[in-house]
Every structure is written in C-alpha cells, then in structure tokens.
Write a protein that binds this ligand. Sequence first.
Ligand SMILES: NC(=O)c1ccc[n+]([C@@H]2O[C@H](COP(=O)([O-])OP(=O)(O)OC[C@H]3O[C@@H](n4cnc5c(N)ncnc54)[C@H](O)[C@@H]3O)[C@@H](O)[C@H]2O)c1
Length: 367
Amino acid sequence: MEITVTSKKVSSYNIVTKESFEDLSSILIDIFPDIKCVCLVSDSNVFPLYEKEVKEELKKIKGLKIHEYVFKAGEASKDMSVVEDLAKYLLSVNFSRSDVIISIGGGVVSDLSGFVASIYKRGVAHVNLPTTLLAMADASIGGKTGVDFEGIKNTIGAFDMPSLIYMNLSTLNTLPDREYYSGFAEIMKHGLIADQKFYMWLIDNMYEICDKDKETIAQMLETSINIKKAVVERDPLEKGDRALLNFGHSIGHAVESYFEGEYLHGEAISLGCVAEAYISWKSNMISMEDYYEIRDMFVPFNLPISIQVDKKAEEEIFKRLLNDKKNDINSINIVLLNKIGKASLVKGVDQNLIKEAISEINFKDED
Ligand SMILES: NC(=O)c1ccc[n+]([C@@H]2O[C@H](COP(=O)([O-])OP(=O)(O)OC[C@H]3O[C@@H](n4cnc5c(N)ncnc54)[C@H](O)[C@@H]3O)[C@@H](O)[C@H]2O)c1
C-alpha cells in the first residue's frame, strides 16, 4: 500500500506499508539522492529488536554514515531533558542540516525525534519507521511532534512533516498485546468521528482483529490511515477540522496525566471516548442506545471503560482538563459526537456536565 499525503500548506510525503525493511534504502535514495549521514533514534525496547535489520538494510547505501541515539522506553522520556540530550548528541557527531533523522519505534519516539528534527539547526529532515499499531494508525502521520511539560501532555512541540513514513507491518509481531489494543483505541476513534461503516466493520471483524489476522490488520490500517489523511490534508496545522481527531483526548489526556503511566495512551483515550460520548448523549447529540453501544464496544478489545478513584481525584482530573489546548479563556471546548461517524468541536461545554462525565466513568462499589 502506498498513500500520499498532500496539502497546499505543507510539504507532501508518502506512507508505505511493507512486510519487511528491504525497500527502505531504495525509497530513501529516491527522496534524498545525496544522503550521506543518518541518525537512528529509538528506545531501549525497540532498538535491540530491529537495530540489526535496519542497519543491514541501510548498508545498501554506499558510504552512508549511521549514528544512533537510544533513550529509555516510555512516556517519561517525552521530556525536554531528552530533547536536550539528543541535540547535544547530534552536535557532538557534527550532524548537519542535510542529514536525516530516522525514528524507529512508537509514538513516543516519533513525537520526540520529530520535535528535535524541527528545531535542530532550524530543522533537519526526518523519517518515521513506526513499530506500534498506534504509531502506524495515528502518531507517525500528520506532522504533530512534541514533548510533555510540567506533567501536561504535548505542551511543547511543533508541526513538522516527515519526509517518509515506512511501515514494516511485521514489527507488530513483537508488540505486546496490551500495546496492540492501546493502538486499536485510536482506530476505533477514527471510525467514531468520521466513518460509521468503518466502525461497523471493526465490530464485525472483532475476532480477526483480536487474533491479529494479517490481512485484516492491513485493511484496517489502510482505512484508518485514509481517515487521518483526509483530515490532516484539509487542515494540516489544526486551525479547524483537525481538532476533531481529538475526540476522547480532552478527558483522556487528563486521565493519562493524572495516573502518570498507569494507563497506556490508547487506554486513556478509550476512557476519554466513553466520557465524551456520555457528554454527547447528555447534550442530546447522540441517543442513549448509541452511548451504551460505544461504551461496551471498547470492552472486547481489552480496553478500559472505567477507573476507580475517590471524589478528590475526580476533581484533580477535571482540573487537568482545564489546561487542554482546545480551550479558550473561560470556555472548555470538547469534540463531541453528532452521531456515530460524525463529530464537531463544541465550545463552552457545561463544567458540571464534564464533572458528571468523569464521575460516570468512575466505578464506585455501589455501582
Ligand atoms: N503526534 C501525534 O499525532 C500523536 C497521535 C497519537 C498519539 N501520540 C503520542 O504517541 C505516544 C504513544 O505512542 P505508543 O503507544 O506507540 O507508545 P510508545 O512509543 O511508548 O510504545 C509503546 C511501548 O511499546 C514498545 N514497542 C514499540 N514497538 C514495539 C515493537 N514492535 N515490539 C515490541 N515493543 C515495542 C515501546 O518500547 C514502548 O514500551 C503518546 O506519547 C501520545 O501522546 C502522538
């Protein structure tokens, strides 16, 4: 599969899906005919798994110098200290503006290395080799890069388009199940905001998806990528419609940062989707039946639909939501569902309703 993401406002790039890394060198040469030096950026789990394969492949490019920078796996590394450390490393090896950063890993690796690529010497090219379902369906596409700051998700970052996204689907074979399902949450979100037929297809293919059937995964990714592509092509710099991709993320990010790593990103988004679907129902935008169906549809994909905390924690989660990037002064703005397959950004959502939604996903013993 080859999909080109094009927009008048930003540079175009290709997304290719393959079953190995064996076409990587030839595609890189097509894009960068004079490529001389790359820096592989990866995390401590992924690099040992794919270092050899990727380096073997890159050796096909005559005289290519290969540097490598590996950081500790996990969201905690999406931090300014790692940005600084990577920039220092690049300086130490005389990495120049004509060189290319290649990220190998999940969304943490592509968010961090894409951000460093956007600021190092005012910008160097970067290529993403996503290795999680979440990064393939979502994080590696669309040019949003960045790190967390002061405990708040993605506070410092930049829009910076990759030059290529090369997906080797066989890397999913080593991905732990919990990470696989976490990635599925963003795919479900794509169906919920933009394509009711796809949402139904996901439910109909539940067993194949859970069995990680190769053809089903390839088909699922193709549709999901095309949904994201259509949104980011219309609005690459998130001045309007692109915010719709944030369904589930206002409350999801608040939950994710409150629990400090207890929930994976997609798991927090699953909780956020349930809470925000609840607000959609209570705002008379979707029916009660739709709400309960959406809530229950995350369960077979091993995704959480409830947390268990005290009242004080509910308040703390609400407070974290006040820092969401979509908000204006005195107005909380949340993406809600108009129906399954259609979403809109609603401004000035009632604060009491948001608190009620957080309480709705909070499982209490008397429930
Ligand atoms: N930029 C965007 O548009 C965007 C969109 C969605 C999410 N995100 C960000 O993406 C991040 C989450 O991404 P993620 O879920 O990929 O997390 P991740 O990068 O932390 O990867 C998840 C875990 O899986 C391991 N791993 C990755 N690939 C593997 C493989 N093939 N085999 C074995 N282990 C593997 C990693 O080492 C890590 O421990 C969050 O920080 C989120 O904010 C960004």
